[in-house]
Design a protein around this ligand. Sequence first.
Ligand code: UD1
Ligand code: UDP
Length: 355
Amino acid sequence: MKIVTVIGARPQFIKASVVSKAIQETDGLAEVLVHTGQHFDANMSDVFFDQLAIPRPDYQLNISSGSHGDMTGRMLIEIEKVLLQEKPDWVLVYGDTNSTLAGALAAAKLHIPVAHVEAGLRSFNMQMPEEINRILTDQISSVLFCPTDSAVANLEREGFADKLIQVLQVGDVMQDSAELFAPRAIMPVGFSVVDGFILTTLHRAENTDNPQRLAAIVAALNHLHAHLAPVVLPLHPRTRKVIAEQGLTLNVHLIEPVGYLEMLWLLQHTGLVLTDSGGVQKEAFFMGKACVTMRDQTEWVELVEAEANELVGADTDKIIEAATRNLGRAVKDESGLYGGGKAAKRIARILQSVN
Ligand code: UD1
Ligand code: UDP
């Protein structure tokens, strides 16, 4: 059975690292890897292929930047060409990026079944590009691999029980990645900040593209760095551009985006995770660290219920107060919320058995 996998953005490389490995190890499955090019800097793309031994993409489409319509449209055109040539039995997509939607749509229009990893997540905020991408992708998929019970419940509420679409709770492949690679974590080259720092990531469009929200977050980070603990911020290229355009000053410990093994090291040594990332919220939990999330909603609601994660939006005072209260607080993953690191194997086995 031939599977064409479409990936393109940083979190998708990390998810694919474990699923591609499981596909390789499963009899009867062959994978053709398509990289859309959405993320293209060496430290946003190549580093993950090197560190995580992801097979080199069979197709590199080199499509990035531009508006959502422009990027997604160009991807749709080029992915369709690949699918017509490869004639796969399945197309596999991950998450909620423009690469995800383009891959799923190109396949569905050619009547090729789509398998969606990380299906069923919802923020219920249609202003987010990711919410549009994930809702549409779920609708045109044939198999939905959900990471959590809440994702399954979301799909049930949307009427998926009555559709000819398989909804399966397999656990979260990001737990597989974290467990597999954590023992190989490495300190970023030249890193000299002592343990107990605040590890921050910031790239979500709803924060970076809203000048008030961005300014409020920058003010909070500068305050925390000056008064509480060093704020270590591997800066996403989107954020770097906007900070420069807005003339804002970040007085924190800025570093370039790091590889996954370095990121795991930072997670192991941090005193608190302060983020607007989806994946990093869960990685904090896997590493036993409290998380403060600079968003108004999260798709990972079980972490808020378990009091491992707190939502503070983009409010300067709330960010400072929650970071101060949570710094150094350990959390325990006793509940098996994310499937225990076996999701990738489950996915490969299911793909092997469906026709
Ligand atoms: C994308 C996803 C988001 C995901 C994030 C992971 C969409 C709509 N958004 O957001 O869901 O959380 O990836 O990091 O798909 N850029 C570079 N170098 C790179 C990559 C990007 O300079 O290697 C620049 C692009 O030119 C663009 C900006 O960063 O100007 C944003 O990139 P884009 O891929 O559009 O969105 P992300 O914010 O990365
Ligand atoms: N990540 C990384 N280096 C960094 C920042 C993040 O390897 O400098 C990893 C992080 O550990 C997680 C993934 O990238 O596995 C999350 O990606 P991102 O925050 O860009 O996207 P999201 O999860 O919000 O879609």
